[in-house]
Ligand binder design. Structure first.
Ligand SMILES: Cc1cc2nc3c(=O)[nH]c(=O)nc-3n(C[C@H](O)[C@H](O)[C@H](O)COP(=O)(O)OP(=O)(O)OC[C@H]3O[C@@H](n4cnc5c(N)ncnc54)[C@H](O)[C@@H]3O)c2cc1C
Ligand code: FES
Length: 531
């Protein structure tokens, strides 16, 4: 692999939420503003500078509302900077599943709402003259090698009932014959997400909004939040932190963290159609949410486009349950790519990211259960760019008391009754992670650790997260996640400690990368390890 290197020196986690750098992050300079340094009062406080938070701030600022956004890293330093940015109403859990959970009327609303989100992005691109390679393209859903044709036929029937513009094709355009038939979704889209988000920031500022980066929000309640230690008083608080940091339990029993992997390979300029492709997913998986492959192209340089290909998902912190650790997931992607896209050349980027999988396939958008003026956007699955945009549309309507046709469908307090079996199965998997206290650790003594690596060290019943830096200095922390007490796992690919229960992540130095935890790992004196 010919890998590109990071483009700027910043504290870990400030630019992006892992060691690997995505193509989007690498191809633009990071964007930040001054951090918050005083108390403030605002009508609307938005927490989180990803697609969900920035789109919400943009829509409200454009309406003349007083808006302030805080982001604890740089702009798009969360999962938005690690996406693949397919903009599609072909939802990744498939309409036959959404039919079961919400009925055919629910599927129709879901399709309409994601179609509207794509149109909203296009409208903003045009209104603000954003150069982000936004392009309308077709999408193709084809069969995973292990899936029966009947599954795709059934999906086609469900898709037709939603009213989406789709047709059945006997061969999948742009792919070898082995890919077989597909459903074609017309008029989907793709873009360069960070270019888009940077221009959203500029527009928010132009419309009178305020943005503070390197500003962490804590202590969120109905009066506002504490940001970098200063009180921000607000009438409405929108928590767009991907995984909510205001709601410690309820929402985290309704969604589950998965990791997903991406490679970007060089292909000849315009040698492939600009399009989106997805396979139907591996039904033999041991995971509740079937991993699937997702593919697109993107303009790169004068001679090349990029083929950007993702998949090989697993529950966060549980990659080794399949004997394929995080860092080896890319080899699986490369092998798959060589079969289905044999013309692809050198791999120039690789990265991974985290997805919050809702138990019943659709995001949770609206008032946080039990709160009147605190709103959340979460559970956005592999369709988080459209879910995030849709979240902004729904919440800006809620704040302005404008009726919205999708409020009920995405209401965070809905109950997943129709998917109860799946729910119990996920909860049992989560409960198993607390038993780690009595399961073997990765290593028994520090000497087993090589420089640049981390692990979970066992000391009796205690589990300790340890990292040895390049100068051979050992950093040690309690491996107990400060959220609800699961044991974190070492992620050798992104060099982070990841919690398998609800997806909190920490840098190799124990700092918080993302919630629901709101505190870092507790540091342990290295001397204590030798006692
Ligand atoms: C590899 C990958 C591929 C994907 N592909 C697609 C795709 O093709 N199409 C699609 O629609 N979706 C895709 N998704 C999903 C989608 O990218 C995400 O769901 C979406 O970007 C999440 O946006 P967000 O704004 O909710 O979260 P984020 O982008 O994570 O933004 C949340 C922000 O909140 C900040 N924050 C957290 N805590 C605090 C705090 N206390 N104070 C201040 N700020 C805080 C974080 O730093 C972060 O920047 C993909 C995801 C991954 C990982
Ligand atoms: S994220 Fe909940 S226990 Fe770690």
């Amino acid at each position: 692999m010919t890998m590109k290197t990071p483009i700027a020196e910043e504290a870990p986690g400030m630019i992006t939420s892992g060691e690997n750098i995505s193509y989007w992050v690498a191809s633009v300079q990071p964007l930040g503003t001054a951090p918050l340094m005083q108390d403030e009062t605002t009508d609307i406080l938005v927490i989180g500078g990803g697609i969900a938070g920035l789109s919400t701030a943009y829509l409200l600022a454009k309406e003349g509302k007083q808006v302030m956004l805080v982001e604890d890293g740089m702009i798009a330093s969360g999962e938005s900077g690690r996406t693949t940015a397919h903009l599609t109403a072909a939802l990744d859990d498939h309409y036959q599943a959404i039919d079961r959970a919400f009925g055919e009327a629910g599927s129709k609303l879901a399709a309409e709402s994601h179609t509207a989100a794509i149109s909203m992005i296009e409208k903003i691109v045009n209104a603000e003259h954003i150069a982000c390679n936004f392009e309308r393209v077709n999408g193709y859903l084809f069969l995973h090698a292990g899936t029966k044709k009947e599954y795709l036929q059934q999906e086609y029937q469900s898709v037709l009932r939603t009213g989406l513009e789709a047709r059945w094709l006997n061969d999948t355009p742009g792919m070898p014959a082995a890919a077989g038939p597909c459903i074609e979704y017309r008029n989907q889209a793709q873009f360069h997400i960070i270019r888009y988000l940077h221009e959203l920031c500029n527009a928010i500022l132009r419309y009178g909004g305020k943005i503070y980066t390197k500003t962490r929000a804590t202590d969120i309640d109905s009066s506002g939040a504490v940001c970098n230690g200063y009180k921000v008083s607000a009438n409405h608080i929108v928590v767009a932190t991907n995984s909510p940091i205001n709601n410690m339990v309820t929402m985290h029993t309704k969604q589950f963290p998965y990791r997903t992997y991406v490679i970007a390979a060089l292909i000849g300029k315009n040698s492939m159609p600009h399009a989106l492709w997805w396979d139907t997913g591996n039904e033999d998986t041991r995971w509740i949410s079937a991993p699937y492959h997702y593919i697109r192209t993107a303009p790169y340089d004068q001679q090349h486009d990029l083929l950007i290909l993702g998949g090989e998902d697993h529950k966060t912190g549980q990659a080794e349950d399949e004997d394929v650790p995080e860092e080896l997931r890319y080899s699986a992607l490369i092998n798959w790519m060589r079969i289905y896209f044999p013309a692809a050349g050198d791999i120039v980027y690789k990265w991974s990211g985290q997805i919050m999988e809702p138990i019943d396939y659709l995001a949770y958008i609206g008032r946080n259960p039990g709160d009147k003026n605190i709103y959340i956007i979460t559970g956005d699955s592999g369709n988080g760019v459209t879910h995030g945009t849709l979240g902004a549309m729904i919440i800006s309507d809620l704040i302005q008391n404008i009726p919205n046709p999708w409020t009920e469908l995405y209401d965070p307090k809905r109950k997943p009754t129709k998917e109860f079996g799946k729910y119990i199965s996920e909860i049992l998997k989560m409960a198993g992670q607390y038993a780690d206290y009595i399961t073997p650790a990765d290593i028994k003594n520090i000497e087993q650790l090589t420089a640049g690596e981390g692990a979970i060290l066992g000391k009796g019943f205690k589990r300790i997260a340890v990292y040895k830096d390049d100068q051979q200095q050992v950093h040690a922390f309690s491996a107990v996640c400060p959220h609800l007490g699961c044991v974190v796992q070492w992620n050798a690919d992104e060099k982070s400690f990841d919690c398998p229960c609800h997806g909190s992540r920490f840098t190799k130095e124990g700092e918080l990368i993302n919630g629901p935890a709101i505190a870092p790992l507790t540091r342990i004196d290295i001397q204590d390890l030798h006692r």
